[in-house]
Design a binder for this molecule. Structure first.
Ligand code: ADP
Ligand code: MG
Length: 314
């Protein structure tokens, strides 16, 4: 794939306008190309005529992609890797492990084990393929400050990996708000050119969005931004043949729009873009029940995992 033009390389778009676009979350040409002039004008605080002009330029320059034949798609599917969770039952539930070129969403209440699984996968991805890994690095966008290098050391040690080396293969960035979270995708893309990044974690995908966009009036904008973020993630998955793991809370108190306390945040946008959705809930002691809720080609079902010092186990 050819390198796509940057926003500020578009003829007639000055640095000030480019900055406004970026600040509004338009990080690549594709997101601009598919936007309406009215929305773009509103979001980036530019005139509608300017927005219209920029959209037309973006349409011309964006890497819009093309139709692919079934056999080409099958060829790409053959490259799909399966990352082991280290838990047999969970791997089986997922048809062999966490798939690359896909977004897997873990959702569940606080303490259900989402972050533990994220840590476990950040180590497992480093294993060679014949041991269930993808022989690559992990990136983590940490929005809740819950990444713990000590856990990587423990989990790597339990797998007989060199803990120090395991730590150097996990790259973590704190995201301070939803905007920052989306901007970090640019850094992620750059890092993926330096290292073979095979796992990208966003923990949590929705927390900032939920905190910042409150009430019915903000819902449309929140969903639009989340949608853009999800597509950015899917693109990363495709380009790097990587696994994308995102975590999501359930709304403990009724959401402005999605009142059900056991429903994940983000509604249809997240639900439709994630390839696999796993609902996690607490059971006795360290046991957690993982329920596969939504998958393109696998039956729904459940697996029990145990959270322990060594990580996540049967
Ligand atoms: P979530 O991200 O879903 O809010 P976490 O993944 O942080 O939840 O899970 C927290 C749980 O993980 C704790 O309640 C505990 O059961 C387990 N846990 C965390 N660290 C350890 C550890 N070092 N040893 C054993 N269990 C642990
Ligand atoms: Mg967590």
């Amino acid at each position: 794939m050819t390198e796509e033009m940057k926003i500020d390389e578009l003829p007639g778009v000055g640095p000030a306008t480019a900055e406004k676009l970026r600040e509004a979350g338009y990080s690549d040409l594709m997101t601009i190309a598919v936007e309406s002039p009215k929305n773009l004008a509103e979001m980036a605080e530019i005139g509608e005529a300017t927005a219209n002009k920029i959209i037309n330029l973006a349409k011309r320059e964006a890497d819009i992609g093309n139709f692919e034949t079934g056999d080409a798609l099958l060829e790409r599917r053959k490259a799909v890797g399966k990352l082991t969770s280290g838990v047999k039952a969970l791997d089986e539930l997922l048809g062999g492990g966490f798939e690359s070129q896909a977004i897997i969403e873990l959702y569940g209440e606080f303490g259900s084990g989402k972050t533990q699984i994220a840590h476990q996968l950040a180590v497992n991805v480093q294993l060679p393929e014949d041991q269930g890994g993808l022989g690559g690095h992990a990136l983590m966008i940490d929005t809740e400050n819950t990444f713990r290098p000590e856990r990587i050391v423990q989990i790597a040690g339990a797998l007989d990996l060199d803990p120090q080396e395991a730590l150097t293969n996990v790259h973590v960035a704190r995201a301070f708000n939803s905007h920052h979270q989306m901007l970090l995708m640019d850094r992620a893309k750059a890092l993926a050119k330096e290292f073979p990044v095979k796992l990208l974690i966003v923990d949590s995908l929705t927390a900032h969005f939920r905190a910042e966009y409150i009430g019915r009036g903000a819902l449309a904008e929140r969903q639009q931004k989340l949608n853009r973020h999800m597509h950015d993630l899917q693109r990363f998955a495709d380009l790097n043949n990587a696994v994308i793991l995102v975590t999501n809370q359930v709304s403990a108190k009724p959401d402005a729009f999605f009142g059900d306390p056991t429903r994940p945040i983000g509604g249809h946008i997240v639900g439709h873009t994630a390839t696999f959705r796993i609902y996690m809930r607490k059971s006795k002691g360290g046991k957690r029940i993982c329920r596969l809720v939504d998958s393109p080609s696998l039956p729904d079902g459940e697996a029990v995992v145990t959270l322990c010092e060594e990580g996540v186990r049967d």
